[in-house]
Design a binder for this molecule. Structure first.
Ligand SMILES: Nc1ncnc2c1ncn2[C@@H]1O[C@H](COP(=O)(O)OP(=O)(O)OP(=O)(O)O)[C@@H](O)[C@H]1O
Length: 243
């Protein structure tokens, strides 16, 4: 079976500074994978490579079976992305934000509206569709961005620290929601975070530290008898509370 996301031997430098070193992992389709690492581990850099914001000659990246170097358009078409900083137009309504994005994907008219309605339903924000983004709280802005990332029906969803700046309730709400999307709809998810409480025991867990993978497997197996926070602290020396 093709993997949802696969990387092999990926390395990257900013000038002479190496920030990713031989990163390789593969996430089965329909799996929620947490990419856990302290600040500066290289998570955003890896996301930049996965989304082709930049490229590297070292290593291979595949999204839903499409090689990022050989067939970048096909790879990107199968991917939805939620970046760390929010990118909504705050003067537009939720629906207008989604409509604009649908148009970028060549969708318009009834087909676009049907996709927009479905995406809003999936994120439980259909009743807010007519509200301007500026009036929404952080949690609802994030839901809007996730809905927007799903409009073109991607197979893979990448989220770079999507709960940054949210309160505990909104954070738990978004984390649960994306776990459910994964379980119900077979979406492959890569969720970057530095917070261990966003990782469920049954999730696939990839621990990135100083540009290298330090652990890769099911979260429950990696943590063993200790809690994940303690395990993460021992592995990286980073106390997430101060991260
Ligand atoms: N444009 C850049 N030029 C030089 N160094 C950079 C650049 N961007 C990031 N870095 C460095 O690369 C390393 C990895 O950064 P990156 O942002 O990928 O980590 P991260 O795990 O996403 O951390 P954070 O959670 O803080 O975003 C850090 O040491 C960072 O200082």
């Amino acid at each position: 079976m093709r993997a949802g996301i696969a990387t092999e031997g990926v390395s990257f430098r900013y000038g002479r500074k190496e920030v990713l070193n031989d990163v390789g992992f593969s996430v089965e389709r329909g799996r929620f994978a947490a990419l856990l690492g302290p600040n500066g581990a290289g998570k955003s850099t890896l996301f930049g490579l996965l989304t082709r914001l930049f490229t590297t000659p070292e290593g291979r990246i595949e999204i839903a079976g499409q090689d990022m170097r050989k067939t970048p358009r096909a790879a990107l078409a199968r991917m939805g992305v939620v970046f760390q900083s929010t990118t909504l137009d705050l003067d537009l309504t939720i629906r207008q934000n989604l409509r604009y994005f649908a148009a970028l994907h060549g969708l318009s008219g009834r087909a676009a509206e049907a996709r927009i309605d479905a995406a809003l339903e999936r994120l439980a924000i259909a009743d807010r569709a007519g509200e301007r983004a500026r009036g929404l709280n952080g949690g609802h802005r994030r839901r809007t961005e996730i809905a927007r990332a799903l409009i073109h029906d991607p197979e893979v969803l990448l989220l770079d620290e999507p709960t940054v700046g949210l309160d505990a309730a909104a954070r738990a709400g978004i984390t649960d929601h994306v776990h459910r999307l994964c379980a119900d709809e077979g979406l492959t998810v890569l969720w970057a975070t530095h917070l261990t409480d966003e990782v469920a025991d049954t999730d696939r867990l990839i621990v990135l530290h100083e540009g290298r993978i330090h652990a890769d497997g099911e979260a429950r197996e990696i943590r063993g008898a200790q809690d994940l926070r303690t395990c993460f602290l021992k592995m990286t020396g980073a106390d997430e509370a101060s991260a």
